[in-house]
Design a protein around this ligand. Sequence first.
Ligand SMILES: Cc1cc2nc3c(=O)[nH]c(=O)nc-3n(C[C@H](O)[C@H](O)[C@H](O)COP(=O)(O)O)c2cc1C
Length: 194
Amino acid sequence: MSTLPKPQDVGKTVVETPKQLLRVYFPKITVLITTISREGRVNIMTAAWHTPISLSPPIYGVSISLKRYTYELLKEVPEFVVNFPTIDILEKVNLAGTVSGREVDKLKELGLTPVQAVRVKPPLIRECYAHLECRVIDMKEYGDHVWVVGEVVAIEYEERCFTQELLVDIAKVKPVLYLGKGKYTTTENKVYTP
Ligand SMILES: Cc1cc2nc3c(=O)[nH]c(=O)nc-3n(C[C@H](O)[C@H](O)[C@H](O)COP(=O)(O)O)c2cc1C
C-alpha cells in the first residue's frame, strides 16, 4: 500500500471523472490568430490554447474548436499568423474572442490594421508586437477541438519590445494573460532568475 499522502489529505479537491476540463491551467498568454478565405476575406480569432511544439524546425500548434469560422477558413487556406497583443488593446482582444467572423468583419469592426505577411496569405496585425507566420502541416481532431500544427515560415517582431538577448522586455510589454470566464491579467515588472 502506498505510504504517500492522499490528495484530499493535503488540501486538494479531487474530480475523478471530469465531464469538462477545469480551467486550472490558466493564466495563459493570449494571441490573435489571423486567417483568410479563398476569396481574400480576413478573419481574426482570439486564442489561449496554443504552444510551441518544435524549436528546429520551428513548429507551432493551436487548438481550434470545430465550431469556429477560423477552422473553416483554415480548411480553405491552410495558413495562419499568430499575433501577440498587449493589454492596451484588451477590449479588441476580448471582442475578437466573443463574436464570429461569420457574422462580423472583425478586422473592420475592431479597427485593427492589416499588414502584408512575407510568406503566407493571412495578414499580420500591426498593433501586435510579434508575429509567427505559419503554414499548416497537420490538423487532427481531439474531442471538440482540432489541433492545428503549423510550420513557422517567417517571424516578425518589434525590436523595442525585446531585450538584447531577444527575450520579451516585460518593462515595455504587458502581454494579455487569460484567466477564463472573460477575465484577464498581465505581468508585473519583475524578472526572476533562479
Ligand atoms: C481569451 C480567449 C481565448 C480563446 N481561446 C480559444 C482557443 O484557444 N481556441 C478556440 O477554438 N477558441 C478560443 N476562444 C474562442 C474564440 O476566440 C471565439 O469563439 C471566436 O468568436 C471565434 O471566432 P471565429 O468564429 O471568427 O473563428 C477564445 C476566446 C477568448 C475570449
